[in-house]
Every structure is written in structure tokens, then in C-alpha cells.
Write a protein that binds this ligand. Structure first.
Ligand code: AMP
Length: 210
């Protein structure tokens, strides 16, 4: 059973690599950020509760995220394994997870701040179908128009320059101890996230012997 955690700064491409892994291993990806965005779009109680925190680039309280992940991991579509993307983000979350699940690999896609800042500022998604683009790494055929459905490409509310710096500062403060946590447990697999999308995927496949 593959119980995988994907770590790395925002903009390191971990969401994309999580999708590749999910297809290659035929296991679902659980993205806490995507779950929260879905709640916000549907204006659920949880969505309303996390809206301001997310827009400010801050982290949602541990209790809320831990409960959400624990409930999701209890569902029965995860017999073969799963990939956690965006969780754990703090060492307390990693400790919480370790109390009821072990981790086979913590894949750490590392990238310098200067590189991820450029990539994040170039991110867009379609406000109709959700397809993701990046003006640097994955540009649409026509500027600001979705290749898939012709919808308008928009920037995520938490991807403005100010919020990006905030998210990166918070990332280092909280995530670096999570990396150390998994290193000590001997499950950390470090990947150079500054390579092209294909080369990062190649490195992951090599290191995991896929
Ligand atoms: P992401 O799509 O992973 O960048 O997540 C977007 C936002 O969701 C983050 O900036 C946080 O506000 C919130 N979030 C997602 N995962 C977590 C987590 N593990 N702990 C706290 N907040 C989270």
C-alpha cells in the first residue's frame, strides 16, 4: 500500500506531480487546499469559516484540517493507497497523522523561493471548468482563454504578490520542521523541483522505482 505525502513550497509543482503519481499508481490524491476551495465555492459552513484565512494566505487551524483529513482517510476508497497533497503542513499535523497512519514516502519537491515566486505569479485557472495553466510552464494557446472550454482564465485569490510572500514565509516557518520530521523517520525522498515538469516526474519514478 502506497501511503504518500507530498511536500514542497507552493509553486513547486507538487499538485501536478501528485496527479501523475495518482494515475501511475491508481490511487486517489487528497488535496486539503482543493477540499477547502470546494467548500468555499459551495459556501458551506466550513467554506465560510476558512474563507478569510485562505484569502490572507494564512493556515487553517490544525483542529479543522486534522479532522477533515482523518474523516477523509476513513473512507473505503483508499485500500490501495493515497497521496496527501498540502497535508501535513505543520509538524503538529505530521505528529497527528503518525498517530493513526504510517507514511511510506514523504516526497519533498524542493525549489528556491525566487523560482516559485515567478511560477506562482504566472498561475491561472479557468473559472468555468477549473483547468490549470501557467504562463511560464504551461501556457494556454490563447492568452487568458481556457484551452479546454473557452472560459476565462483567472488568478487564484491567494496568488497575488503580497499573499505569495506571506505564504512562502509561512511555508518555511512551518514546513521545514515537517521535512526534518520525515527525514528522521527515514522516509524522506528529496526531489529537485527546479527541473522541468517531465524531469521532476522522471526523478520521482527513479527514486521510487516505479
Ligand atoms: P494549497 O492549495 O495546498 O496551497 O492550500 C490553499 C490554502 O488552504 C492554504 O494557503 C491554507 O489556507 C489552506 N490549507 C490547505 N492545507 C492546509 C493544511 N494542511 N494546514 C493548514 N491550512 C491548509
Amino acid at each position: 500500500m502506497h501511503k504518500i505525502v507530498i511536500l514542497g513550497p507552493p509553486g513547486s509543482g507538487k499538485g501536478t506531480q501528485a496527479e501523475f503519481l495518482s494515475k501511475a499508481l491508481n490511487i486517489p490524491t487528497i488535496s486539503t487546499g482543493a477540499i477547502f476551495r470546494d467548500h468555499m465555492a459551495r459556501k458551506t459552513d466550513l467554506g465560510k469559516e476558512v474563507d478569510a484565512v485562505m484569502r490572507a494566505g494564512k493556515l487553517v487551524d490544525n483542529e479543522i484540517v486534522n479532522k477533515l483529513v482523518q474523516e477523509r482517510l476513513a473512507k473505503d476508497d483508499l485500500q490501495v493507497g493515497y497521496i496527501l497533497d498540502g497535508y501535513p503542513r505543520k509538524v503538529e499535523q505530521a505528529q497527528f497523522l503518525s498517530e493513526y497512519r504510517d507514511v511510506s514516502y514523504a516526497i519533498y519537491i524542493n525549489s528556491r523561493d525566487t523560482i516559485v515566486m515567478k511560477r506562482l505569479a504566472a498561475r491561472r485557472h479557468c473559472d468555468k471548468c477549473g483547468a490549470k495553466f501557467n504562463f511560464v510552464t504551461n501556457p494556454p494557446k490563447v492568452e487568458s482563454v481556457c484551452d479546454e472550454c473557452g472560459g476565462e482564465l483567472v488568478i487564484r485569490a491567494d496568488s497575488t504578490a503580497e499573499v505569495i510572500s506571506e505564504r512562502l514565509a509561512s511555508y518555511h516557518f512551518f514546513n521545514d520542521p515537517v521535512v526534518k520530521f520525515y527525514k528522521r523517520r527515514g522516509v524522506l525522498v528529496e526531489i529537485n523541483g527546479e527541473l522541468s515538469i517531465d524531469d521532476v516526474w522522471q526523478e520521482i519514478k527513479n527514486k521510487l522505482s516505479l
